[in-house]
Design a protein around this ligand. Sequence first.
Ligand SMILES: Cc1cc2nc3c(=O)[nH]c(=O)nc-3n(C[C@H](O)[C@H](O)[C@H](O)COP(=O)(O)OP(=O)(O)OC[C@H]3O[C@@H](n4cnc5c(N)ncnc54)[C@H](O)[C@@H]3O)c2cc1C
Length: 386
Amino acid sequence: MKRYDYIIAGGGLAGLSLAYYMNQSVLRNKQILILDRDEKNKNDRTWCFWETDRESPFDPIVFRKWPEVYFYGSGGFEKKLDLGNYAYKWIRGIDFYNFVKTDLAANPNITFLQTNVGRLTSTADGGFVITEAGQFIADYVFDSVTSLRLDNKKRENMLQHFKGWEISTPQPSFDPDVPIMMDYRIAQTGLGVRFSYVLPVDEKRAFVEYTVFSDKLLEPAEYDRELHTYIRDVLNIQDFEIHHEEFGVIPMTDELPETPRDSRVIRIGTSGGYVKASSGYAFKRTQWLTQELVSQILTTGEPSPPKATLHSWFKRLMDSTLLNVLLRERHSGEVIFTHLYKKNLTPKLLTFMDGKASFADELRIMSTVPLWAFTKGMVDTLIKRF
Ligand SMILES: Cc1cc2nc3c(=O)[nH]c(=O)nc-3n(C[C@H](O)[C@H](O)[C@H](O)COP(=O)(O)OP(=O)(O)OC[C@H]3O[C@@H](n4cnc5c(N)ncnc54)[C@H](O)[C@@H]3O)c2cc1C
């Protein structure tokens, strides 16, 4: 059985990010195997995220970026939000895969194998992987292929599901300088909280997405119907052509994988709980967390899941509470998000959503949500858990 130093199971966002940061360090001299069943040669997702505009490794592949975004909320509230030190950035999946794969291809110590991963086990001798192409062992295996459990009754489990179309119009129809980050000018009928967003490519081309936070998916035709309605009635576009479509489901959950501290199989990415439970954003967090893993290996020789602190516990409790409020429909999601954007400075809110705000700022921001609904949600979350 072939032995490696590290095996990365799943070469998507988390797996490739981890390999990329390893390749920028002395870990590039280790034998690394990356397993994925897919070729990763399609533009299968649109990544949007905010970051302060300092130098970032993926700057060369940022497709579009903006210093301002529009927000359309409940009660006619609408505002062009100044992001301050942040920029809202768009990276296309295919550009990310190609960029990282090109970087890794120059290193003969990194091997890609296209195969289906079956089983991953932690043994005294290392992480053991069974694939359709054979069995492998490594000092550590990084697992982004095992699904998170989403049926734990003690946890808050929701889905963010969405469909998007890249469309073009014969006439100028979009503001290329300002994307719409959240648009609640759509019917909130049926399941969950619903909003749309628009990422302009230029005046005549944009990516338009319809998103729902709920515990069940919609019928496929409903996403199409709602996208048509939004484009026709809200964006006032009657004539358009669809060039590309995207459908996705992201778990919004406070579930965390239980990894024993001496485990040789370390969960990363969605599988490792990297997705921010209350927003579904994962791109930037994946960069932070995979960079942190690499520094841990460099300093201690071992990767280990991040240590829980009282503050990290409180942040997770706030995420769980928002999920509880939305799932139990304790208050309208549209109103909650409108309050958050209306009553807080956007850069402060983005820092808060990144989980990087000070405790004082967290309390200040939490005081702008409907307090009674959130108190009930928090109590319910805690009772369920203990
Ligand atoms: C369509 C879409 C759009 C998104 N947009 C955003 C966004 O705008 N901003 C944001 O922050 N987050 C976004 N997300 C959420 C998150 O950033 C992505 O889901 C991200 O890809 C998660 O990274 P990951 O490595 O956990 O999973 P993935 O990137 O999906 O990687 C997992 C890899 O494992 C492989 N794999 C799975 N099972 C097996 C198996 N059994 N054997 C072998 N290989 C296997 C898959 O082929 C895949 O390449 C989006 C998600 C989706 C689905």
